[in-house]
Design a protein around this ligand. Sequence first.
Ligand code: GLC
Length: 423
Amino acid sequence: MTITVKSAMMRTTAAAAVAAFGATAVAADEITYVSGAVGNAVEDFKTIVAPWEEATGHTVTLVPMPSSTTDQFGQYRLWLAAGNGDIDLYQTDVIWAPQLADHFVDLTDAAADIAGLHFPSIIESQTVDGKLVALPIFTDAPALYYRTDLLEKHGADVPTTWEELTATAQMIQDAERAEGDDDIWGFVWQGNAYEGLTCDALEWVKSSGGGQIIEPDGTISINNENAIAAIELAASWVGTISPEGVISYQEEDARGVWQTGNAVFMRNWPYAYGLGNGEDFAVAGLFGVTTLPTGQGHDTSAATLGGWNVAVSKYSDSQDAAISLAIYLASEEAQKTRALVASNLPTIISLYEDADIAEQQPIIPQWKDVFLQAVPRPSAPTRQDYNEVSTLFFSAVHSVLSGNEDAATALADLELDLEDLLE
Ligand code: GLC
């Protein structure tokens, strides 16, 4: 696939953005930006910031962090609590705003002219007690990736329920292995005990009529029959259609198996789309994406709402330059480049009509409605406690996936733990 980035145009717009937001480059600052990195994120980031560096004279160093959002959160919380002045900007997960808000600069005024270009729900998710704590740089909603060649070869349809996925994955895996492909697996996903499992398991539960762990009004809903059945079904995949090791997989592990041609289905975020179509991968041109399945008898698929933002540290010594960079990263220009090079979903509404994006990364316009209907994790109703809520949830699910306890016991205990935590 060819990806064209109009760098001359980008430079002009970066300069215009700098002028518009009043950040004049009197002295060249060295800006430090911390971010988790999946796929080619480090290289892509250099491409994205180059026009801003050129226009302002500032330089940006990306400090790559572990790809697990849980690990990033733990580290950032320590740095911020210590008032670390070495880091100017943090790339922040959509769920963190309420917990980290006190450490970040209010961007309401700086972003006054551009906030309205973004989906209002995302700006709202980053607004805590009237303070805009981070600016969106991309949003996220997962897909079911499927191998078009293998489905066709075995006369199978794209599954619409988890039960169909289970049966189709098993059938193709068995048939391919019988032909000598010992490495093939039916379905790869994120089963490690971390935030990614909260996302996957919320999807199984919600799409099976089991609610969303804690409802928007604060009701703890997770201990119910539909949730129990959904998690039991997922546990049945471990060692059958999914490798035993899936219970330690994160996004990149699943993508590794998928891209080498060793999985029929994969649950992953849109970043894996552009990468999978890279020329050097076995699956390039051989896969499609669709919405995640529903539980049998239920008709609404559920995609967990993800996404990343940029926040300026209150402890930064280069706040003007950092704010200018944050505005640039959230801008239409930077988001377009990001969409083209990394197949990340923009948060700028107009980019869903962009012809270059539609041509080079067709998943993006296709995914607008998936994102608009995505299910949020309960970070708004649980605020300061979200990380602990999520940790309790993914730990309970992980113990079922690992075969340590059944889902009925795990969810009954989880309900008690959540009550203790939140009451
Ligand atoms: C993706 C999502 C993010 C989520 C993470 C879990 O990066 O964008 O919101 O927390 O996956 O692994």
